[in-house]
Design a protein around this ligand. Structure first.
Ligand code: COI
Length: 355
């Protein structure tokens, strides 16, 4: 069934654009003038509105606050040197959003609202897309949460969907020190690891903050049973360069987020002439390959993280160090991504959606 959603528009009285220093854009701190909001009531989506960015009110009994029925996505829009604006593979995030929704017993958001609403919102806010600086972009945050007001555990019958936009700089500005996590667990088979739900991030905070206290930037998650099979890093998927092969943990047991940047990196790395393998990989294997000089690079991929270099990977007291000035694969991959995103090279994969 296809429905036409009328997106009503309410304009902000005054733009905040002139207050923003585009040379200083911490990740996710500043929001554009407008946002999109929609309601799910009586089994259908309604009240789709683009309106001034503002606070919302709700009752303290709202389900999302108690039981975490909340999901989100992260997408980026870029402005090329010729001034044209593009969104990077939003269709992939749209699909993943509704996969997350299904896992959390939430309704699907229709394409017309998610994609159509996002494009309309970004077109209105195109002056907010940073231009001329690599790693700067407009971060797009669609999210949905449960709004029933009842303290009982069951799927909510009402929801709100929003899209926020923030002009933003790099998430991880510097090469990272990562600790292999051996105590806490992010996800187990049958759980919600593959979905982008709020609780996954809440559950990761203690491990991440403990790692930071110990001088690291993030943790590399391991499996729940043996703490040796590698999964993903804090907010990104992970790749290891072993010889001429790029290895990334496979998705098959449902514990890892299926990153859009991960998927794109697999395509680009293959085009760069590497063999790319998605498989189970253990920390023991990495240590062995490192000792014989075969494991030469590690990096993360993510929408926020883009391609983030890893300068140290520590397993207990064993540190694997990488000279990030000399990374060949990660730096070329990053450049290829940037060239596509900022329109320097042809978008042969049709990843960029024009606004
Ligand atoms: C993204 O890469 O878009 C993410 O969602 C990571 C985020 C939690 C900062």
């Amino acid at each position: 069934m296809s429905t036409n959603y009328n997106i009503s528009v309410e304009l902000a009285a005054k733009s905040k654009l002139s207050e923003i220093d585009f040379n200083n854009l911490p990740f996710g701190k500043f929001f554009t003038d407008h946002m999109l909001e929609a309601d799910y009531v009586n089994g259908e989506w309604t009240n789709v509105t683009i309106k001034p960015y503002q606070s919302i009110s709700f009752e303290p009994s709202m389900v999302a606050l108690h039981y975490g029925q909340a999901i989100f996505e992260g997408i980026k829009a870029y402005k090329g040197d010729n001034g044209d604006a593009y969104i990077f593979r939003p269709d992939e995030n749209f699909k993943r959003f509704n996969i997350s929704a299904e896992r959390l017993c939430m309704p699907a958001v229709p394409e017309e609202i998610f994609m159509g609403g996002m494009k309309q919102l970004i077109a209105m806010e195109s002056k907010w897309i940073p231009a001329g600086k690599k790693d700067y972009s407009l971060y797009i945050r669609p999210f949905m949460f449960a709004t029933d007001t009842i303290i009982g555990v069951r799927p909510s019958e009402t929801y709100k969907f929003f899209i926020l936009l923030c002009p933003t700089g790099p998430y991880y500005a510097n090469p990272m020190k990562i600790k292999v996590e051996e105590k806490y667990t992010r996800a187990a088979p049958g759980g919600v690891g593959f979905s982008k739900n709020a609780g996954n991030y809440a559950g990761s905070l203690l491990a991440a903050t403990t790692a930071v206290k110990n001088g690291f930037d993030q943790v590399l998650w391991t499996d729940a049973f043996e703490h040796k099979w590698l999964q993903e890093v804090g907010t990104m998927n992970v790749f290891f360069i072993i010889g001429n092969t790029a290895v990334t943990p496979s998705l098959e047991d449902g514990t890892i987020l299926e990153g859009v940047t991960r998927k794109s990196a697999i395509t680009l790395l293959t085009e760069m002439g590497l063999t790319v393998v998605e498989r189970k990989i253990s920390i023991d294997e990495l240590v062995e390959e490192y000792k014989i000089g075969n494991f030469t690079e590690a990096f993360g991929t993510g929408t926020a993280a883009t391609v983030s270099y890893i300068k140290q990977l520590s397993y207990g007291s064993f540190d694997m160090l990488f000279d990030t000035e000399k990374l060949k694969v990660a730096s070329e991959l990053k450049e290829r991504f940037n060239n596509i995103r900022y329109g320097v090279t042809a978008d042969t994969h049709n990843w960029m959606v024009k606004i």
